[in-house]
Ligand binder design. Structure first.
Ligand SMILES: [Fe+2]
Length: 370
């Protein structure tokens, strides 16, 4: 499986993972062969990319940080709670508090150094809810890495889940299909304080969680907003959420650009560690997040073409791969290579698809033989 931009070129490809709306209802189930009409419908609903099955290696499965059912249910609960908080409606936050505990349970089961996989398919129209859950998951991965108690993980997780709740009060800005104008930016910047105001007097929410909403756009060097807090003035939970927020904002598709693949996000955020982002939190997150999702087609430094088949604990930049073609793109008898053990080999480049010559040869005779 691999993420692929939704375009007519995907007609005939098989959907690798079920696509869900933010309310938890499935739109298209895994295994569906995509038609031009389905692709158009998904695009109309705000999806820019989907996970497709690697047609030559259908056995490759992704292992996401949190099970599909839990993630989908949490997105639906986050949507319900965020909308009710914004509208000032009475809502029990018990289900959402429980959902955060379930995420903690799911993530704590993973062995130390586990390389986590992020969920990619999400609608731009309902992006804010999927983003909220991803920022929660990413923040919890860092909190677990820091050895936080259950109670601290819970406060961090709830704060991260609701970090952008103030955005819903900024009209349609969070759904806007073009970059924000300077005036809209000024309005958008009010969302962190607005989020704090919505959360801070709720009995079911810790004051520390509310501060995550208020402080998640502060930067280490004082150049953030709304208060220009510096270094230790920013609560540790908010410094974690800031890293998680920056990461997920870059991997997500936007109406005006496709999401950035994780290996490039790391390269973009690394220079900000120490200036805008807390370097310790950045380091913990980057050591536990996959760079190359399973199914990604890559070239190695040798020029050979390979498909990513798995991850290695503590070494997200050195996945397991299956080499399928030599440097001249001639098919070879496929063999597995663990880049953690063969340190002379490394990923050189991520390809959007197999090179034409490899695809031709694979289609010719090797389908399903490896
Ligand atoms: Fe935000």
């Amino acid at each position: 499986m691999r993420p692929a931009p939704l375009s007519p070129a995907l007609t005939g490809h098989t959907l690798g993972k079920t696509v869900y709306a933010a309310d938890g209802n499935p739109l298209l189930t895994a295994g569906t062969r995509l038609t031009a009409q389905m692709i158009q419908t998904l695009r109309n609903r705000g999806y820019a990319s989907v996970i497709i099955r690697n047609e030559f290696f259908p056995d490759l499965e992704t292992d996401e940080a949190v099970g599909e059912e839990t993630r989908v249910r949490t997105v639906a609960l986050a949507k319900k709670a965020m909308e009710a908080l914004t509208d000032g409606r009475q809502v029990s936050l018990t289900p959402v508090n429980r959902a955060v505990d379930e995420l903690i349970n799911a993530l704590e089961c993973r062995p130390p150094g586990h390389v986590h996989t992020l969920y990619w398919q999400r609608s731009i129209a309902e992006e804010i809810y999927a983003h909220s859950v991803n920022v929660c998951i990413l923040s919890l991965i860092v909190g677990i890495g820091l050895g936080y108690s259950r109670s601290d993980l819970h406060k961090l997780g709830v704060g991260a889940l609701f970090h952008d709740v103030g955005k819903l009060g900024c009209g349609e800005l969070h759904r806007k299909a073009t970059p924000l104008t300077p005036e809209e930016w000024e309005l958008a910047k009010t969302h962190s304080r607005a989020g704090y105001d919505l959360l801070h007097d709720r009995a079911e929410i810790s004051l520390l969680s509310a501060h995550v909403a208020w402080q998640h756009h502060e930067r280490l060097d004082g150049s953030g907003y709304p208060r220009g807090l510096k270094g230790p003035e920013i609560h540790e939970f908010a410094r974690i959420a800031a890293v998680a927020n920056a990461f997920d904002a870059l991997v997500a598709d936007r109406p005006y650009r496709n999401g950035t693949p994780p290996h490039l996000v790391v390269g973009r955020l690394q220079p900000l560690a120490g200036r805008h982002l807390d370097p310790k939190m950045t380091g913990i997150l980057f050591s536990r997040l996959e760079r190359y999702p399973v199914g990604t087609i890559v070239t190695l430094v040798t020029g050979e073409v390979a498909v990513v088949t798995g991850q290695n604990a503590w070494q997200p930049e050195r996945p397991r791969v299956r080499v399928v073609a030599d440097r001249d793109h001639r098919l070879i008898s496929p063999y597995d290579l663990n880049l953690a053990e063969h340190t002379a080999a490394a990923v050189r480049e991520v390809l959007g698809d197999y090179p034409a010559r490899v695809r031709e040869h694979l289609a010719d005779g090797s389908r399903g033989t490896v």
